[in-house]
Design a protein around this ligand. Structure first.
Ligand code: ADP
Length: 581
């Protein structure tokens, strides 16, 4: 017994030593992740501004190269971090319910432009009967499949890349999900196949000398697949091409199936080449807190196109002072700052009595990509979390989720005149119109020109709505939900203003309806609201004659009910769509 106890003590001591040895390593990783991500944030953010604002073709080309190189650098850092996390046993799976169609769509959207750039054909084949609602770690599944897909595009010079998703039934609530990526590329020699999943292993160094890579991707992939209790299969003929397949057990959570994928992909707009802001919010006020000037510049520059009023603070203390004085709609708070850090600032803000910004959404900004960070921030009381380098699209999506909906407006069309600035112009356009033009407007209310795409949705142009959400289904869904949830409240206000003939208020309300309806693709409702707004402006404008004011009032009285009906129908369709997104 004494011997056994002494062995146990020795074992414990060596286990402790091993744990201690890993500790500085993971601290070093957290630090390195932070230190490297901060300058990359500046590189990516500032370069994004060059791409947005520069019209010179040569400089844009340079900036595009900077963008590609910094993305590669970032994925390299992520790979090294992932690899070390797996090695030190710190990698954990985060399993939750996810929708397979969203995952596939996201993968296809990411790879298609890369394949097109190399003139490769990109085919997608999805078994329509696969259950859509599954339980697993979709982030890691995505990582595995992205690696297969990017390799297929990287190592194929001519021909085709085919992405196949299928399933095998296992039991009533479990399937084996198959993702296969087939290419017509250089292929892999038999003797190299068993080394494919070794760390830092790359083949054909002569042929591949211009192809970027570390040889870590597949090593990480195979470790992740092991963690998910799946398997990988590689079939390849040297000189002809390869097929990489991953098979993963997944729990089935619902009866819906993914359905016809082609149809869904057709409905999604193609990726925009030129940056276009997804919304504007000139009345919204936000505060960005970061101790690094460059980071503040990146965040404010990226927000410029949204027209949001941005205040900045360089320390927790100065942020608290600003919050005491002003009601912000949202606050981005950097995590790592000298003296008060992000978490301490948040806690103090919650305790502070004089705080005009109490309870507003607080988003943590962090360059620390170590696992578990998100959960930790939410537990500390943050509303959400955004990692650096800031992704402009992600930041816009977050603002659309958390800013008050009445401050969000559809971005102006490039050729649209500013109606508030030029009332006379509006009056000319709208009320000097001929009967024919009026008929056109009336006809457009009842015309259903989207019927061939989405036969059930007469009042929503899904393509347009998706475009306003920068092609992101999640963002679109959030906006739809907000739009529908707010309807009753808004509808009552418009009705009250109508009945009390408060045209000032009425005009403001239908103006908001015009843009919010348009941002979900509700063209007809938006158009009807626009006409009401024009009429309202005629009534309240100081420069219109009595007769014109009377015409404005008559127009509203005649068309108000019709527009409200369109509003109701839009929300009805919106609710149907939410269930299908
Ligand atoms: P990387 O692509 O970063 O070098 P990976 O671990 O993803 O690293 O791949 C390791 C090696 O396997 C690659 O360097 C390449 O030689 C080979 N390889 C991977 N995928 C393919 C493919 N689809 N066709 C041909 N060779 C491939």
């Amino acid at each position: 017994i004494i011997w056994q106890e002494s062995v146990n003590l020795q074992l414990k001591a060596s286990a402790d030593t091993a744990v201690d040895a890993v500790q500085p390593k993971s601290q070093f990783l957290a630090q390195m992740s932070h230190e490297i991500r901060t300058p990359i944030n500046a590189v990516i953010g500032m370069n994004e501004m060059i791409l947005r604002e520069c019209r010179d073709a040569t400089i844009t080309k340079y900036a595009n190269n900077v963008a590609t190189a910094s993305e590669t650098l970032l994925s390299l850092i992520n790979d090294i971090l992932d690899f070390s996390k797996i090695e030190s046993g710190k990698m954990e799976l985060v399993e939750e319910i996810y929708h397979l169609d969203e995952l596939i769509e996201n993968l296809v959207n990411m790879i298609r432009p890369r394949a097109e750039k190399k003139n490769l054909e990109f085919k997608v084949e999805v078994d329509e009967t696969i259950p859509n609602e599954l339980f697993g770690d979709s982030v890691r599944i995505r990582q595995v499949v992205v690696n297969f897909l990017t390799n297929a595009v990287k190592y194929t010079q001519v021909g085709r890349v085919t992405f196949i998703v299928s399933k095998e039934d296992k039991s009533a609530d479990e399937i084996m999900l198959h993702f296969s990526v087939k290419d017509t590329g250089i292929g892999i020699r038999d003797e190299d196949k068993q080394k494919l999943f070794h760390d830092f292993e790359r083949f054909d160094s002569k042929k591949n000398k211009n192809i970027e890579g570390t040889g870590l991707g597949l090593a990480i992939t195979s470790k992740l697949v092991n963690m998910m209790k799946g398997s990988i299969d590689v079939a390849s003929t040297y000189g002809e091409g390869s097929t990489f397949t991953v098979i993963l057990p997944q729990k089935v959570m619902g009866t819906d199936t993914v359905g016809s994928f082609e149809q869904k992909m057709e409905a999604a707009p193609s990726k925009q080449e030129v940056y276009k802001v997804s919304f504007i919010a000139p009345e919204a006020k936000i505060l960005v807190v970061d101790d690094n000037e460059m980071n503040l510049l990146v965040a404010t520059s990226l927000l410029k196109a949204t027209q949001i009023q941005v205040d900045t603070a360089m320390s927790g203390m100065s942020a608290l002072k600003k919050m005491a004085d002003k009601k912000y709609d949202l606050i981005f708070l950097d995590q790592m700052m000298p003296s008060l850090d992000g978490i301490q600032t948040l806690h103090l803000a919650n305790k502070m009595e004089e705080n005009k910004s109490k309870g507003v959404p607080m988003i943590a900004l962090t360059a620390n990509a170590i696992s578990g960070a998100k959960e930790m921030f939410l537990k500390e009381g943050f509303t959400d979390y955004l990692s650096k380098p800031i992704d402009a699209k992600q930041m816009e999506a977050m603002l659309m989720t958390y800013l008050p909906i009445d401050k969000l407006h559809a971005p102006p069309k490039e050729d649209e005149v500013d109606e508030f600035d030029d009332i006379q112009q509006m009056i000319d356009d709208s009320f000097n119109q001929t009967d024919d033009q009026q008929d056109d407007i009336n006809e457009s209310f009842s015309n259903n020109d989207d019927s061939d795409k989405l036969p059930n949705l007469e009042y929503i142009n899904v393509d347009l709505g998706m475009q306003y959400s920068a092609g992101m289904a999640d963002m679109y869904k959030n906006i739809l939900i907000m739009f529908c949830n707010l309807k009753d409240e808004k509808r009552i206000k418009i009705q009250e203003a109508f009945e009390t003939e408060d045209w000032q208020n009425y005009t403001t309300l239908v103006h908001a309806l015009k843009s919010t309806a348009l941002s979900i693709g509700g063209e007809k409702t938006s158009e009807a609201a626009k006409q009401l707004e024009l009429a309202g402006k005629m009534i309240i404008s100081g420069s219109t004659s009595e007769l014109e004011k009377q015409q404005g009032t008559e127009y509203i009285k005649e068309h108000h009910d019709e527009a409200m009906e369109l509003y109701d129908k839009l929300v009805e369709d919106g609710r149907k769509l939410i269930d299908n997104l």
